[in-house]
Design a protein around this ligand. Structure first.
Ligand SMILES: *[C@@H]1O[C@H](CO)[C@@H](O)[C@H](O)[C@H]1NC(C)=O
Ligand SMILES: *[C@@H]1O[C@H](CO)[C@@H](O)[C@H](O)[C@H]1NC(C)=O
Ligand SMILES: *[C@@H]1O[C@H](CO)[C@@H](O)[C@H](O)[C@H]1NC(C)=O
Length: 473
């Protein structure tokens, strides 16, 4: 019972820890403007699908009498949306207003009167001064992806004019009044649903947000939104989880994200702030998975090193090795013993690592006999870049300190092996890590997105990526 309660309590802890986002994304006015352009192209396409039904009927015209008429085959030939604007509505979303829009239609007319007289021709119809306004709500769906929804849409048709080709002039008078009324109604009824449709079509793009971004066999990154976005008067801000998890079983690290806020920025469309928490959650995942360990054999040691991984050369520093294990090759195991700690300071990413280096003699039957264990404290600096849609890195050694942990071959001076382990670290361990870091880690992405004019700055406790976007259909 007691254990059950305790476990229940432990299960709750991650939820209370994970209050702050690991990643913040800011869509600036410039980004919203780009969104407007993409959105308008979509709306324009939708409006071209307006369907105008055929009209037909009977009308008394003096002095001719009853005239049967029909207007058929009305087709949209052009839709113009020359003016549009998106303004941010703090707290809810954006408001889209389209002004001065026009539609051009073409159709056929046909009349029959005085029993047997028939006439027909075509006509052009111009709908001008069309205004459309709608609010667009932005929320988070149940999977943590953004969704948009058009609300309070109003469409007003300014004027309708018609030009007949062929036929007598009295036709104009017959149709104009009634066309005006019927057309306004049918257009006004169709435009807002089509706009709502265009807006909800955006959701299929938004659904492509990689809320779980695959990294490798050990890790994935969760990029789901933690809450609905915050709309201010200059940007839309998204709070994403931004946490590395081991694949399958999500285990929370023993630390949590600190609050941070992105500075107001306007030059790029999008800003992504990646916190030190995100980087440290990666360190936690890889360390917990045992992925931060490496066996080093002699063939991996740079040719230039006079010291080789065999008991003969090590025996010159530690005589017992040569005595007890003559003529054997050796192997090293470098392995982290704690989560590496990543620190972001302005223009400087540093990783502090505590590891052990275990040296073994390889027996002829391949059994490994431990010789000694060294404690290795090291500090590396990382260069971080954005490459495509990924963040890549490369590390270099700042400093390392070796101390003797356990020896199975008597006491010895670790200092005498310092330069050899520098070679091992700089020439083997770091290049191996850099191969992994160069593969990179996926950023949050939507659809077929590319980043242009991208820069990355390391600031205190987070990295700021500023970028413009390009979407291809
Ligand atoms: C936007 O909001 C900020 C802070 O709430 C305020 O200081 C600023 O005057 C506002 N700007 C505009 C253009 O309304
Ligand atoms: C970054 O900071 C670390 C630790 O403070 C320091 O050792 C290193 O030299 C710095 N690197 C750069 C490029 O400034
Ligand atoms: C391998 O050889 C070593 C040294 O001769 C010996 O101590 C060990 O028991 C052997 N192991 C196996 C699995 O044969």
């Amino acid at each position: 019972m007691f254990v059950g309660c305790w476990l229940a309590l432990v299960a709750l802890i991650p939820m209370t820890l994970g209050i702050n986002p690991g990643v913040k994304v800011k869509l600036s006015s410039k980004g919203i403007e780009y969104g407007r352009q993409l959105g308008m192209a979509l709306i324009q396409k939708k409006l071209k699908a307006i369907k105008i039904p055929d009209f037909s009927g009977k009308q008394k015209v003096k002095p001719i009498g009853s005239v049967r008429y029909s207007l058929t085959n009305l087709k949209i030939v052009d839709v113009g949306l020359p003016q549009s604007a998106v303004v941010l509505v703090p707290g809810t979303g954006v408001r889209l207003s389209i002004g001065n829009a026009f539609l051009r239609l073409h159709g056929n007319w046909r009349v029959k009167y005085l029993r047997r007289i028939k006439d027909s021709g075509s006509f052009d119809l111009n709908v001008k001064d069309l205004t459309i306004t709608t609010s667009i709500d932005i929320k988070s769906d149940e999977t943590g992806r953004p969704t948009v929804n058009s609300v309070n849409c109003v469409a007003i048709v300014g004027s309708v004019s018609i030009k007949f080709h062929g036929g007598a002039s009295w036709l104009y008078n017959l149709f104009t009044k009634f066309i005006d009324k019927a057309l306004r109604k049918t257009l006004q009824n169709q435009i807002c649903p089509l706009v709502a449709n265009a807006v909800s079509d955006l959701n299929s793009q938004l659904k492509t947000l990689n809320v779980v971004a695959e990294v490798d066999q050990y890790a994935e990154i969760e990029y789901s939104m933690m809450s609905s976005p915050t709309v201010s008067n200059s940007s839309i801000d998204f709070s994403l989880k931004g946490e590395f998890y081991n694949k399958g079983k999500h285990q929370e690290p023993p630390f949590s994200a600190a609050a941070f806020s992105l500075p107001p920025q306007i030059n790029n469309m999008l800003y992504i702030g990646l916190s030190a928490f995100t980087a440290n959650s990666a360190a936690f995942v890889y360390n917990t998975a045992g992925a931060l360990s490496l066996y080093i054999t002699d063939d991996m040691i740079p040719q230039g090193s006079p010291i080789r991984l065999n008991t003969r050369t090590f025996g010159t520093f530690i005589p017992q090795i040569a005595k007890r294990f003559p003529g054997l090759m050796m192997k090293l195991l470098v392995k982290t013993v704690k989560n590496p700690v990543v620190t972001f300071e302005p223009d400087n990413v540093t990783v502090q690592t505590t590891a052990t280096v275990t040296a073994y003699a390889i027996q002829p039957n391949t059994t490994l006999s431990p010789l000694f264990v060294l404690n290795l404290d090291s500090s590396v600096s990382a260069k971080v870049l954005v490459s495509g849609l990924r963040v890549t890195g490369a590390i270099s050694l700042n400093k390392m300190a070796l101390t003797l942990g356990t020896s199975y071959v008597g006491d010895f001076q670790v200092g005498s092996l310092d330069s050899f382990f520098q070679i091992v670290f700089k020439g083997v361990v770091i290049p191996q890590l850099n191969v992994q870091l160069a593969k990179g880690y996926p950023l949050p992405t939507l659809g077929k997105m590319t980043l242009v004019n991208t820069q990355l700055h390391v600031l205190k406790d987070y990295m700021l990526i500023g970028t413009d976007l390009q979407f291809t259909a």
